[in-house]
Design a protein around this ligand. Structure first.
Ligand code: FAD
Ligand code: SF4
Length: 484
């Protein structure tokens, strides 16, 4: 008899965890993982595989976990997934693999906790020092990758395995993209990202930091120096509300706020020289993962946090688990409320004026009821206001070269099947991750989508480079299990 409810992952108590930045979810033990895996129905037609953007063979890896064969489980996972420790933690599983799990469709039953099992297997392998081994045959071709977020690092690993000389160019002083500068430590420990990227370096991938392509070095130079380019620069340009007062002191975009904590150690003042004073009351606007992260980080700085959202929480795009954790920790949700003005004195934020909203019966393109303003407006005092309503593509790079074209939203235009950039010139460049939005199968905006783009682009780059004939220079074994 299959148990209806999943094994809940142990986590830090909310009262305690809001005083630290350590990971909230603590992971399964081996016994818990085996027990959870035994809930799998082992369906003949596994819908969960189709639900995963990289089609992980879920039933097979889960079967190995069930039997306690964790190394076999790891090998199955890493056939389609390079970084299970990352995806197991941040994938929106309820909309992907777990959303397609048959167990979850039965009355009173939870879907199998696939993400938790994936995380367990990834962590177990890291603890045991197990890494996959690859035999790399040098191709003599070189590929430049711009951006070291999930799309860039996935493409880098796949291209390097095919023997290409890979250089990753990163604007910041650290690799990992949003995994490092956006998602907070309590959800995505930075040591894990560093560890995964270290694997790339051991494979021979070169990383050049502090290099902003389009400013420090030109795209056209990269084109001259390499056989192909993969553009994975994300979409890091913050969006504003366009309301009066956004220039006041005390108003941050989520990007700036989170980067100050994640990259500049603002939470560790005075050990670090870059404090952030959020005062006693913080308002965050938005309903996605970025808004939840901002609100929960602000809480950990010892302040009261209100989260403004113009619809009701059922419509929030954030992962369910993040909404649940935010509520558990004491973030106060102000549903059907939309800020319309930020009121200041002497250049500093004093109050937030907001409009009360209601949901009309009309639906928007995403199928959600459209919020409309009522005539009621109020204002409340705040010291800090954080805008977390999404990001757009940064136009810097596309503007600096004739080889890239963008659509009306600023996304780099690609062939939606191959991800090769649309260009009138002979340019062997591909793009993926947040910089292409949802041009690939209408999906985008998540870590695993970015990783799947990186994988597709790498495969197509490799095919094109192989067609033009390789020089087989030498054979090396770049990574050997337990030898590195
Ligand atoms: P990014 O991760 O943005 O990386 C791009 C990299 O390129 C950056 O390091 C940047 O510095 C670099 N770069 C940019 N321009 C240049 C240039 N010109 N030259 C050199 N380098 C450049 N997704 C989930 O699936 N689950 C979550 O829980 C989740 N939470 C999120 C929380 C936050 C706060 C944010 C902001 C996003 C979250 N997302 C989440 C979305 C997810 O992180 C992104 O979809 C994903 O990181 C996109 O990957 P990417 O490789 O395209 O770009
Ligand atoms: Fe699920 Fe993400 Fe793992 Fe795919 S990569 S099986 S969607 S957790």
């Amino acid at each position: 008899m299959v148990k209806p409810k999943r094994i809940v992952m142990p986590r830090q108590d909310p009262h305690y965890r809001i005083k630290n930045f350590n990971e909230v979810a603590l992971g399964y033990s081996a016994e818990q993982a085996m027990e959870e895996a035994s809930r799998c129905y082992g369906c003949k037609k596994s819908r969960c595989i189709e639900g995963c953007p990289v089609n992980v063979n879920i039933p097979e890896f889960v079967e190995h976990v069930k039997k306690g064969n964790f190394e076999d489980a790891y090998n199955v996972l890493t056939e389609s997934l390079l970084f299970p420790r990352i995806t197991g933690r941040v994938c929106p599983q309820e909309a992907q693999c777990e959303g397609s799990c048959v167990a979850g469709t039965k009355e009173g039953c939870d879907p199998l906790a696939i993400g938790n099992l994936e995380r367990f297997v990834g962590d177990w392998a890291a603890e045991k020092g197990i890494v996959s081994s690859y035999e790399i045959r040098e191709s003599g071709k070189s590929v430049a990758i711009i951006g070291s977020g999930p799309a860039g690092i996935t493409a880098a690993a796949d291209l390097r395995k095919k023997g290409h000389y890979v250089t990753l160019y990163e604007a910041l002083h650290v690799p990992g993209g949003v995994l490092v500068y956006g998602i907070p430590e309590f959800r995505m420990p930075k040591a894990i990202v560093r560890n995964e990227i270290h694997k790339l370096e051991r494979m021979g991938v070169k990383i050049k930091y502090n290099t902003l392509i389009g400013a420090t070095k030109s795209f056209d130079d990269l084109k001259e120096e390499n056989d192909a380019i993969f553009i994975a620069i994300g979409a890091g340009l913050p969006r504003f509300l366009g309301i009066p007062g956004e220039e006041l002191v005390g108003v941050y975009t989520a990007n700036e706020f989170l980067a100050r904590i994640n990259l500049m150690g603002a939470d560790k003042f005075p050990q670090y020289d870059t404090p952030i004073d959020v005062g006693e009351r913080v308002a965050v606007v938005g309903g996605g993962n970025v808004a939840m992260d901002s609100a929960r980080v602000a809480l950990r700085l010892g302040t009261k946090v209100d989260l403004y959202y113009r619809r009701t929480k059922e419509y929030m795009p954030a992962r369910n688990v993040e909404i649940h954790h935010a509520l558990e920790e004491g973030v106060r949700f102000k549903e059907l409320r939309s800020p319309i003005e930020l009121i200041g004195s002497k250049g500093e934020l004093m109050r937030v004026k907001y409009s009360v909203m209601k949901l009309s019966s009309k639906l928007d393109q995403s199928g959600r009821r459209i919020p409309v303003e009522t005539r009621r407006t109020y204002s409340s005092p705040y010291d800090t206001f954080i805008i977390a309503i999404g990001q757009s593509p940064n136009p810097l790079l596309p503007k600096k070269t004739r080889y890239l074209r963008t659509n009306e939203k600023g996304y780099v235009i690609v062939n939606p099947e191959t991800l090769r950039v649309a260009s009138d010139d002979d340019c062997l460049a591909f793009a993926g991750g947040d910089i292409i939005g949802d041009q690939y199968r209408g999906r985008g905006g998540t870590v695993i989508d970015a990783m799947s783009h990186g994988r597709i682009a790498a495969k197509n780059i490799d095919e094109l480079l192989s067609r033009t004939g390789w020089k087989m220079e030498k054979m090396v074994v770049a990574m050997h299990p337990r030898n590195v």
